[in-house]
Design a protein around this ligand. Structure first.
Ligand code: ADP
Ligand code: MG
Length: 312
């Protein structure tokens, strides 16, 4: 199965380097390229460029489909429970595979607790709301706690040590490292197809810290977009769930958009997927709000964070 540029027929290291140098770093970029441009950039004959484009489109399944085909594809989507019926309900049954779900909200709103809970719950058998799978947890803020996994696993009747050995953990130290980890995920998932959820908590913090000031916004956005598309593609190709968190101030558009030019909360960036805002409420109560999901109604629910994990 074609998963990267190097899988296209006749693409060796030399052509791969030329493509990369000219900015063709993904199958998507080749699929939408003009044959003429691609031919010039890679120093390959026009007919070869045309073939690469055709192959990239086939690999990405870029073609007309019938609505019935779309329905059948959606039928393959599976769900992971959050351990809150209310939150599952908001999500249309749970965290979906083949989809990127973003939780955004202020510090302490429960984003990291949700990530911990899903990395435990993905291990549950399907009849209990899991996928009998494993998790990848990419931690950029150093807030992962094995103690929380232990407590949540015990509460689910899962052996804590076995729960922890089913979670691949990596601390990302900066944006380049984070993107490199994203690149390596394919290999890890090929090696261990039991991986059914990839979590990046938080996906934005390094980008925010490294690219400050409006003169760096364009580069920051470009790099972040690349990373997000990397993750979206992973979700589609490997049929797994991707969860990202994004810490924001009270204005959700402050990071995605450019606060220095934004008028009326204009959002510059949209990745396909589901966006859920989480907010603090009284005590251990939290509010989750569905924001522009393509196929789910907007709405708000209340859930709780307890010692045992996410609950109603
Ligand atoms: P965010 O990632 O959105 O900044 P977290 O997911 O880290 O927020 O949520 C932190 C909150 O989770 C804490 O304020 C606390 O209320 C709750 N929490 C963390 N650990 C426990 C625990 N062991 N028992 C109960 N609640 C906890
Ligand atoms: Mg957090």
């Amino acid at each position: 199965k074609t998963k990267g540029i190097s899988d296209l027929s006749g693409v060796g290291q030399a052509i791969l380097n030329k493509l990369n140098d000219s900015g063709y770093s993904s199958l998507e970029s080749i699929a939408v390229a003009s044959p003429q441009d691609l031919s010039t950039a890679a120093g390959i004959p026009l007919t070869t460029a045309q073939r690469l484009i055709r192959e990239a489109r086939e690999a990405l399944d870029i073609r007309f489909k019938t609505a019935l085909e779309v329905k059948k594809e959606r039928a393959n989507v599976r769900k992971i429970t959050t351990s809150s019926q209310a939150l599952d309900g908001l999500l249309g049954g749970g965290i979906e595979t083949r989809t990127m779900t973003e939780f955004f909200g202020e510090f302490g709103s429960g984003k990291t607790q949700i990530c911990h809970q899903v990395s435990v719950n993905v291990q549950l058998p399907p009849e209990k709301g899991g996928l009998s799978g494993k998790a990848v947890y990419i931690d950029t803020e150093g807030t992962f706690r094995w103690e929380r996994i232990e407590a949540m696993a015990k509460a689910q009747g899962i052996d804590p040590d076995s729960a922890m050995s089913n979670i691949y953990y990596m601390r990302a130290i900066n944006t380049d490292h984070q993107i490199a980890i994203g690149d390596d995920l394919q290999e890890l998932i090929n090696k261990d197809p039991a991986i059914k959820v990839v979590i990046v908590d938080s996906v934005t913090s390094h980008f925010r810290a490294e690219y400050v000031g409006r003169e760096n916004l364009a580069v920051r956005q470009q790099k972040l977009n690349k990373h997000l598309h990397q993750l979206v593609r992973l979700a589609e190709v490997y049929e797994l769930a991707v969860i990202v968190t994004n810490q924001v101030m009270s204005r959700p558009d402050m990071f995605y958009g450019d606060p220095t030019v934004a008028v009326g909360g204009h959002t510059l960036y949209h990745t396909p997927g589901i966006r859920v805002q989480v907010k603090k409420s009284r005590g251990n109560r939290r509010i989750a709000r569905m924001v522009d999901a393509p196929h789910l109604p907007e709405g708000e629910v209340v859930f709780a964070i307890t010692e045992e994990g996410i609950r109603d």
